[in-house]
Design a protein around this ligand. Structure first.
Ligand SMILES: Nc1ncnc2c1ncn2[C@@H]1O[C@H](COP(=O)(O)OP(=O)(O)OP(=O)(O)O)[C@@H](O)[C@H]1O
Ligand SMILES: [Mg+2]
Length: 263
């Protein structure tokens, strides 16, 4: 059996920190010497532009070497992998055409398992220690594909008054995915954009700690302007400014994620 672990970053709540978490955890894994593949599953292409400038991202989108083309044509993902500038850290980039992915999936046989099939060879090859998938803020066939292709799901939750809104739907969706793919487990919830001085931060922590059967990662990510600066430079903060508090927090969160995913 392949030792490669596939981890999805998913939450139907928009702006909860999925892409920032996926890009930084991926980079921290790469910096720790783990061979890692990141897959941008969102039409917004934010994971792609976390690593590549806009021009390069648009070239990948045009070339057909991207997640949309692979899923549409049910191609092996191995042919769509591009290297990032970090050693051992690769990516399957996205395209704005992902906006039509539900339409493409609809007539397909076993449509919840298309991504799993596209990934099967690269996963079985054992070439990567981890494969991370950044999901869009939706709950449909495509996100079901992402969950069914994953061993673990990390749910980033924003520590804001509306951060917990819709989380019950996310849990319900994960339960549904387990019916199709019994091996898919929620690895844990990661709190993002935390401001310890705000009452709602403490309320978010307390509410999430009370959840039965769902781990809350000990490390939470505080609001940090270094994240925005890093995104402006198409580089994850763990590489852009290693001494920043968000870089340190993301490195610690990555250690937790690897510890539990490898159990
Ligand atoms: N710790 C942080 N400190 C400051 N800003 C942050 C932090 N984490 C994320 N952000 C900002 O919050 C915004 C949303 O983050 P991100 O894109 O990672 O969320 P998302 O869940 O992927 O969004 P979407 O649902 O649209 O895909 C971005 O502008 C990002 O720069
Ligand atoms: Mg995103």
């Amino acid at each position: 059996m392949s030792k490669t672990k596939v981890i999805a970053f998913a939450n139907n709540k928009g702006g909860s920190g999925k892409t920032t978490t996926c890009s930084n955890v991926g980079c921290a894994m790469g910096l720790a010497g783990k061979r890692t593949l990141m897959i941008d599953g969102d039409m917004q292409m934010n994971l792609t532009i976390s690593y590549f400038d806009e021009e390069t991202a648009l070239e990948f989108a045009k070339s057909g070497k991207n997640i949309y083309q692979a899923v549409k044509e049910e191609k092996d993902l191995e042919d769509c992998i591009v290297p990032t500038k970090f050693e051992g850290l690769d990516m399957v980039t996205s395209s704005s055409l992902m906006s039509g992915i539900e339409f493409e999936l609809f007539p397909k046989w076993q449509r919840e398992f298309v991504l799993r099939k596209c990934l099967s060879r690269v996963k079985a090859s054992g070439k990567y220690d981890y494969i991370l998938v950044d999901a869009p803020p939706t709950l449909g066939s495509w996100v079901m594909n992402i969950l069914c292709a994953s061993d673990h799901v990390v749910i980033p939750v924003e520590a804001s008054p509306w951060g917990l809104f819709g989380l019950a739907n996310m849990f319900e969706f994960c339960n549904l995915s387990k019916q199709l793919s019994p091996g898919t487990e929620i690895l844990g919830i990661a709190i993002t954009k935390a401001n310890e001085r705000k009452k709602y931060f403490r309320q978010t922590v307390e509410t999430l700690k009370e959840l039965e059967d769902t781990r809350l990662f000990e490390t939470y990510i505080r609001i940090d302007s270094a994240i925005e600066w890093s995104q402006d430079s198409s580089e994850p903060v763990v590489a852009f400014k290693k001494s920043s508090r968000s870089a340190i927090e993301y490195t610690n969160l990555t250690k937790e994620i690897m510890k539990y995913a490898d159990r």
